[in-house]
Design a protein around this ligand. Sequence first.
Ligand code: SF4
Ligand SMILES: [Zn+2]
Length: 148
Amino acid sequence: MAEACHGLPLTPREVRKAFTPEDLEDWLNGSLPQDTLVTFSQALVQRRMMDEGKRPPSYTEPAICQNCGPIWLWFSGEVQGCPWCWNRIAHRPIPRPQPVCCGDCAHFQRIDHPHMGHCVQGEPEGIAGLWDTDRRHCERYLPRPETT
Ligand code: SF4
Ligand SMILES: [Zn+2]
């Protein structure tokens, strides 16, 4: 176990805590392969980074998730769901590979003005509010659901 954590910001105790009862049983009876344990530990560190809104080093490509908007992944293209969906559901930040427009965001609340509105997430804005076409790197952006 200590070997699987070597070089990672992770303790054997934390790995053990993340085990399912089945993992624990396999580990206790010695049937959990070492390379599985290493992969598991690395995935744990990666998930922790992502929970903090940090991009894992292997996520080098800009992509689009239908639910999260512009995201970093290990491949480019469009996906219907992604690992950042966990952040979205838990209201955690999602780092963005490209700027977004408030006008396309589910958190943009328009006021009685053709272009202005406010951010219901409390992101910084000017006294008059936000301009819908201004582009910004926003970790709280979520694409507005498409209306049919
Ligand atoms: S969450 Fe970000 S993109 Fe969305 S309205 Fe607020 S500031 Fe704009
Ligand atoms: Zn997603």
